[in-house]
Design a protein. Structure first.
Length: 252
């Protein structure tokens, strides 16, 4: 993907931002699945969180935070696990100014902040071993240099820290590819037109998922970057084999 295409994609998300929350609310299981991914992140980074020095916040990056749904899921998961909300520092990062503009006015605690930035660029500005957890929900397939992103995440994670990738992937499964095509062409793209959302963006959603890495390749990318305990799960119903959560940890 060229820099021009990167810019065009961010602009498309800018245009879609005002209707984005309404669109994803119509996606079955969208928020529940984000919460499951956030629960996995909190559980996986427990060793890092438990060994944090007294007074030091647990640092989490929500890369590709969009309008803040994934950020909210992280906060919910952290509190549900019995942790003190005051010990959590979450930074939501997204390349779309429009999406971040939707996220910022929502109700957040003092430990939450948002930045408009490319995910890889943001990571490259961070020191080694400076982050306890990273969530990348619906992010990796939109990143031109996926190896660089995973490598940078592995570099910034503290020992015992965790990286969770949550995304669509249909490569290697004829059933999943057929379901994805039917859902996009029969529901998602027509609904975008009805809701006056950005139709080209939703067409891009179809092709980006169709052409994205297989789950096996995503797992391999994490392992090649040095992460351990890599595992994944999918979800029931028509999304089985379509929506996936992949978890990896930095060696303790």
């Amino acid at each position: 993907m060229t820099p021009t295409q990167d810019w065009t994609l961010a602009e498309a998300f800018d245009r879609a931002a005002p209707t984005y929350d309404a669109m994803v609310a119509l996606s079955p299981g969208y928020h529940d699945q984000l919460r499951t991914a956030a629960d996995a992140l909190v559980a996986a980074m427990a060793p890092a969180a438990g060994s944090a020095e007294a007074g030091r916040p647990v640092v989490v990056l929500d890369l590709g935070c969009g309008s803040g749904a994934s950020t909210h899921a992280v906060l919910q998961a952290w509190s549900a696990a019995g942790h003190d909300p005051a010990r959590l520092d979450v930074t939501g990062v997204d390349a779309s100014e429009g999406m971040v503009a939707e996220a910022r006015p929502k109700r957040w605690g003092p430990g939450v902040s948002f930045e408009v930035a490319d995910a890889v660029t943001h990571l490259r500005g961070l020191p080694d071993d400076s982050v306890d957890g990273v969530l990348g929900a619906y992010l990796l397939r939109n990143v031109p240099d996926r190896e660089a992103l995973v490598r940078e995440v592995a570099r910034v994670l503290r020992p015992g820290g965790a990286f969770v990738v949550h995304d669509y992937s249909v490569a290697g499964s004829a059933r999943a590819r057929a379901i994805w095509a039917a859902v996009c062409h029969g529901i998602i793209i027509p609904l975008a037109a009805v809701k006056r959302s950005d139709v080209p963006l939703h067409r891009y959603l179809y092709t980006s998922v169709r052409d994205f890495d297989s789950v096996a390749l995503v797992c391999h990318r994490l392992q090649e970057a040095g992460l351990v305990g890599v595992r994944h799960r999918s979800y029931p119903g028509w999304q089985d084999g379509v929506v996936h959560t992949v978890v990896g940890s930095a060696p303790a």
